[in-house]
Design a protein around this ligand. Structure first.
Ligand code: PAF
Length: 283
């Protein structure tokens, strides 16, 4: 595997492949790989001639300085994993390479209400930081396909919106959430949980499964309230939201009339660690 830290180097590496019309799969990450990342990478390897992975802990998408400084950093271990998986190219820039001092970082894109609900309400500025970095990375790599996990469902919807609105020539591939045997969605943040917290964390999955089991038979708002209550009753959880929303607009739904379009999303703190998860209720 060739690892590049400079934009010019990764672009040079990709020129020949592009000339030969090779398809390029791109997996953008912040590192600290788990099985969920490997699924994205394997899918890209299966569907493209060449796979590029990026590892960049994007400072401008963190709205909490502690969260940024505590985010797990495992570059050397990650590189070994990528080599074993047969990834051809890694782009792992420093922050100054992506955001040269003095360069204004902005992206003029109307996200409507997509970034004002759920994560947007609780992490102001987060999605602005995500779309700025993802647009930059897509401009640099110019992939045929880019792979994102459904665990960050709101991020996925916003990136799909950006790709459509800016007419970017990339196919966004949405990949299923990968779960631990007890149901906890895989996340690099799980590494930061204590043993006790890790055991409790699977209750998020239990509540999502309860919601799925009752979807359609209990009125939406009532079920949302019951599920929220089930989470709030766990004293170690500091719940930010539990919402049943439309998958495309991310706005609350009042009825079960459009079942294929309905998803439950939640975010909560367990100790200092913020966990998010979601579940499509009728698939
Ligand atoms: O999902 C992530 O890991 C990040 O938000 C992403 C898409 C790599 C952008 O920094």
């Amino acid at each position: 595997m060739i690892a590049c830290t400079r934009i010019s180097d990764i672009k040079n590496q990709l020129t020949a492949s592009r000339r030969k019309k090779k398809t390029i799969g791109f997996v953008p990450t912040m590192g600290a790989f788990h099985e969920g990342h490997l699924e994205l990478i394997r899918r890209s390897k299966n569907e493209n001639d060449l796979t590029v992975c990026s590892i960049f802990i994007n400072p401008i998408q963190f709205n909490n300085a502690n969260d940024l400084s505590n985010y797990p950093r495992m570059l050397e271990q990650d590189k070994k994993i990528l080599t074993k998986e047969g990834v051809e190219l890694l782009f792992a820039p420093e922050a100054e390479e992506m955001y040269p001092p003095g360069e204004k970082q902005d992206l003029d894109l109307d996200l409507g209400r997509l970034d004002r609900v759920m994560e947007g309400e609780h992490r102001p500025g987060h999605f602005k930081g995500v779309i700025i970095v993802v647009k930059k990375l897509l401009d640099i790599i110019e992939p045929t396909r880019a792979y994102f996990g459904k665990k960050d469902f709101q991020q996925l919807i916003i990136i799909e919106h950006m790709v459509r609105a800016l007419h970017l020539r990339v196919k966004v591939v949405a990949c299923e959430t990968f779960r631990e045997p007890d149901g906890l969605a895989m996340s690099s943040r799980n590494l930061q949980l204590t043993i006790g917290e890790r055991q409790l964390a699977s209750k998020i999955y239990d509540v999502l499964m309860y919601t799925k089991a009752n979807a359609g038979s209990v009125p939406v708002q009532k079920l949302q309230l019951i599920s929220l209550k089930r989470l709030v009753e766990i004293p170690e959880f500091r719940v930010e939201y539990f919402k049943i929303v439309n998958k495309r607009t991310l706005l609350p739904v009042d009825t079960w009339d459009d079942p294929e379009e309905i998803i439950a999303c939640t975010a909560l703190y367990l100790g200092d660690i913020r966990l998010i998860d979601n579940m499509e209720l009728f698939s």
